[in-house]
Write a protein that binds this ligand. Structure first.
Ligand SMILES: N[C@@H](CCC(=O)N[C@@H](CS)C(=O)NCC(=O)O)C(=O)O
Length: 251
C-alpha cells in the first residue's frame, strides 16, 4: 500500500493528506516527530524533509507539490488540475506563491510561539507516537531549541514579518475567491487545496488532521485570534467543510 511518511500538523504534509483523501487513495500514514525523523527520512528519500511518499511499487518521492502532481497523474479523478491550459498555469502560479515565502514565514511566526511552549509543541508533533517516544521527545525539546531557531532562521523580526505576510495571504484568498468561492476557474483545484492547507496552521479548521491540541495555550490562541475574523480565514474553513473529506487512512 502507498505510504505517506509525514509530520502531523504540518501544512506541507497536509497538502498531500488532503490530495490522498480527496482522491480516495488507500494509504498508510507513518508519522514522524521533527528532529528524530531526519535519519529515517534521509535513508528513505535522500533528503530530510517531509512529506515523502513511497508508491506501491517502491518509487519514493519527496516535495508536496511534486507528490500531488504525481498523484494527479496516477489517480486523475477527481481532478485537481484545471483542464484549460491557461487556468492550469494560473493555478500553478498560486501554488508556487503559497509553497514559497508564505508557507515558510507563516510557519516561522507560529514557531516563535511554539518553541516557548515545549509541552504544547510536544503534544502537537508527537501525535500518533507511543507514550515512551512522547516522553523522550518532550525531554529532548529544550536541548534542540537553539537548533530549531537557527534551522528556521527565527530572528527578532520573524514574528512580525510572518504575521504581515500571512495577513496578505488571507487578503489574497478572500479577494480572489470573492466572486465564485474559488481561486481559479470557479471550481476546486490544486490552488485552493494548496492555499487552504498552507494557511490551516493559522486557522481553527474543522478537520482532525490540522486541529490544534486543546486547550490551546494563550500565546498560540492570541496568534490565531488575530486572523479568526478575517474573510480569508472564513474561506479556509469553507474549503475544509466543502472539500476536505473525512479521514480514511490508517494513522
Ligand atoms: N518544499 C517542501 C518543503 C517541505 C518542508 O518544509 N517540510 C518540513 C515540515 S513542514 C520539514 O520536513 N522540516 C524538517 C526538516 O527540514 O528537516 C515541500 O513542498 O514538501
Amino acid at each position: 500500500m502507498l505510504e505517506l511518511h509525514m509530520f502531523p500538523m504540518s501544512h506541507f504534509n497536509e497538502k498531500v493528506r488532503w490530495a490522498l483523501d480527496y482522491k480516495d487513495i488507500p494509504h498508510t500514514r507513518i508519522p514522524y516527530m521533527p528532529g528524530p525523523h531526519a535519519g529515517k527520512n534521509k535513508k528513505l528519500s535522500g533528503q530530510e524533509q517531509t512529506p515523502v511518499v513511497r508508491f506501491d511499487e517502491g518509487d519514493v518521492l519527496a516535495g508536496s507539490t511534486d507528490i500531488v502532481l504525481e498523484l494527479e497523474k496516477r489517480f486523475p479523478e477527481p481532478a485537481l488540475l484545471p483542464q484549460d491550459e491557461k487556468l492550469r498555469g494560473q493555478a500553478m502560479e498560486i501554488v508556487e506563491q503559497f509553497d514559497g515565502d508564505i508557507a515558510v514565514k507563516e510557519r516561522r511566526s507560529l514557531f516563535v510561539h511554539l518553541i516557548e511552549e515545549p509541552d504544547y509543541l510536544c503534544a502537537m508533533f508527537s501525535r500518533g507516537q507511543t507514550p515512551m517516544k512522547r516522553f523522550v521527545y518532550r525531554r529532548m525539546l529544550p536541548l534542540v531549541k537553539g537548533t530549531m531557531r537557527s534551522k528556521m532562521d527565527i530572528h527578532a523580526d520573524a514574528l512580525e514579518e510572518g504575521n504581515i505576510l500571512t495577513r496578505e495571504a488571507f487578503d489574497f484568498v478572500a479577494e480572489k475567491s470573492a466572486e465564485t468561492g474559488y481561486l481559479v476557474g470557479g471550481q476546486f483545484t490544486i490552488a485552493d487545496l494548496t492555499a487552504a492547507a498552507i494557511l490551516a496552521p493559522s486557522v481553527e479548521v474543522p478537520h482532525p488532521d490540522m486541529q490544534k491540541p486543546t486547550p490551546v495555550v494563550p500565546r498560540v490562541q492570541a496568534y490565531l485570534d488575530q486572523f479568526a475574523d478575517h474573510p480569508g480565514a472564513a474561506w479556509v474553513r469553507s474549503m475544509y467543510r466543502k472539500h476536505r473529506v473525512p479521514l480514511k487512512a490508517a494513522a
